[in-house]
Design a protein around this ligand. Structure first.
Ligand code: AP5
Ligand code: MG
Length: 214
């Protein structure tokens, strides 16, 4: 099963992916996590990507498409994959189709803009595992540390109000058109489109998703 998770920054793509990857035994491919790892390791890609990510802009299609095309060839994708944060533009979606990768399900997690700033400014992450917390909605057992490892949690450098507003603007301009793209996908490879109200609790959303994916 090949699944795409679509949604604004902070809509809960990563949170839902962490449930779905275990439930469907397919890997979560988060382009944001892959880019952050490249930045941390100071690779050529990381150095280029950082300047865009820090400004809340999308990394150029040419960099990200090659990264995903390589990743989906890994052995762990044999039964499918869960794309979290890709595609983000029409050319990225066209590249997936041109590479012959059939998408079975597109999930749109919808959250109004006014809720996003609170979600992202309260987010804390465990950078090594990608585990996601929220100081109010999903707090760690002990303040500021990861439940499983006890490592300190961090705030993502792009989770500041000014950058969040730019990310939201870019989402509406560049990524939202993918909703119509997949709803109107021509031919027999048209994916199933699932709309989810992302303002409910993470557990309720996951239950609704599981019902719709049956
Ligand atoms: P990326 O890491 O993908 O960031 P994003 O799309 O902005 O999304 P987020 O990870 O911020 O949010 P999310 O939807 O995963 O929400 P989460 O589950 O964490 O990309 C970062 C950057 O990399 C981009 O800006 C761009 O520069 C670059 N990039 C990445 N992919 C690219 C691509 N394909 N092309 C070009 N550039 C690319 O939840 C958020 C918070 O809310 C958490 O604290 C969580 O605990 C809480 N929460 C989640 N669900 C709920 C709920 N139901 N109720 C209450 N709180 C909730
Ligand atoms: Mg995410």
């Amino acid at each position: 099963m090949n699944i795409i998770l679509l949604g604004a920054p902070g809509a809960g793509k990563g949170t839902q992916a962490s449930f779905l990857k275990n439930q469907y035994e397919i890997p979560q491919i988060s382009t944001g996590d892959m880019l952050r790892a490249a930045v941390k390791n100071n690779t050529k890609l990381g150095i280029k990507a950082k300047e865009f990510m820090d400004k809340g802009e999308l990394v150029p299609d040419s960099l990200i498409i090659a990264l995903v095309e390589l990743r989906v060839k890994h052995d762990d994708c044999i039964n499918g994959f869960l794309l979290d944060g890709f595609p983000r533009t029409i050319p990225q979606a066209e590249a997936l189709a041109a590479a012959g990768l059939k998408i079975d399900i597109v999930i749109e997690i919808n959250v109004p803009d006014e809720k996003i700033i609170e979600r992202l400014s309260g987010r804390r992450v465990h950078p090594t595992s990608g585990r996601i917390y929220h100081i109010k909605y999903n707090p760690p057992k002990k303040d500021g540390v990861d439940d499983e490892t006890g490592d300190p949690l961090i705030t993502r450098s792009d989770d500041v109000a000014e950058t969040i507003i730019k990310r939201l603007k870019n989402y509406h301009e560049q990524t939202e058109p993918l909703i119509q793209y997949y709803k109107n996908f021509p031919g027999s490879n048209k994916p199933i489109f699932v709309f989810i109200d992302g303002t409910k609790s993470p557990q309720t959303i996951n239950q609704e998703l599981q019902l719709q994916l049956k």
